[in-house]
Design a protein around this ligand. Sequence first.
Ligand code: HMG
Length: 397
Amino acid sequence: MPHKESEMPMSIGIHDLALATSHHSLDLGNLADHYGIDPAKFRVGIGQDVMSVLASDEDIVTMAADATARILERNGTDGIRTLLFATESGIDQSKSAGVYVHKLVGLPSTVRVVELKQACYSATAALQFAVGLIARDPSQKVLVVASDVARYDLGSSGESTQGAAAAAMLVQADPGLLAVEVPAGVFTEDVMDFWRPNYRSTALVDGKGSIKAYLNAIGGAWQDYLAQGGASWEDFEAICYHQPFTKMASKAHRHLAVLSGHNPTPDEVAHQLEDTMRYNRLIGNSYTASVYVALASLLDHHEGDLTGSRIGLASYGSGSVAEFFGGVVQPGYRAHLRGEEHRAMIEARVALDHTSYEVLHKTTLPEDGREYQTNREGTGAFRFAGMRDHQRLYERS
Ligand code: HMG
């Protein structure tokens, strides 16, 4: 019997995905030299080569606006009614950073904006909320924008795991890139593995404890995913993990493989995750954006045709919440990719020497509301110009 149009399951997911990162970068070899450490500790031990460093006139808003503007350039604004901004590097206790982005990229007033927070996890919550909104009204589209800067104290063990990036996604019915499947496994537990009290600009972290908390939570999310009727381990072509540093993804992949009755060697794990790690190795931790940077990296670099393949997304945010879900790569996805754009953006960063990096790291905004102008440094489309009357000022470059 021919099925009616209304009985066809609707696919909803990511139609377009654009990344943005900082103007500067620091090679971790410089950090190793400065501290007299073997660079292999960073390149091999944690699996990082370079980290993105923001210029003083860049922040989460400028990166987010840059990525969002490129989504709108290609897709226009038709149908967009919501912008969900995911970050843990909030710039205001009340106003969503997304409202600044809304103005900078010229979205109409008929787009609502809200900010979501739960450490590195909230972009995944935003994506699922977006899918829910679209299931209710498939004519609507949602912008999900994740933007973060990972900052730890100079000299702390977390310093080598800093970074910065934004990932903007257009979520809609009949997506061009990845259809998000329904089963999702979730896990929440109150742990103090990583947090940033309101009075600090850098995070506090129990490094080793955070690795254990990540593995425990991601294992819990995977088991809940299976209990929700999710696909089995063998059904995944690839899995993209939250990557505070790429070695963490290897640890998590091995953990889930073992839970699923497999015992991959380190070389097998490295091979299975290689394409998901290419950008993260060069950008560093980008908190909420990280797992979507991994997805872009996989889609931009995988040589074979991924059409119809199931990709797993394993999202973790300290504190802690984790989620595992799957998505199916859509026919014609290659036409929606931005590989050249992303690679050019990463290569265009200006490498810092260690002294300039330290100066930038120590540069913080005045906290007494005094007028302040940033130096003109970044060459992106948008800049953070400074503060006046307790207000942040943004402009097009
Ligand atoms: P550390 O003390 O600097 O490093 O901390 P280590 O001594 O543990 O060494 C790291 C690895 O390098 C080890 O490998 C060493 O053996 C190896 P492992 O045992 O883990 O497999 N190593 C070497 N390898 C080759 N050649 C050498 C060499 N020397 C050592 N010469 C740590 C590392 C990641 C803990 C630290 O950087 C840190 O605290 N980072 C921040 C916290 C973090 O990223 N945690 C990850 C899980 S929590 C998470 O993902 C959430 C987060 O993104 C925040 C959020 O959700 O908002 C952070």
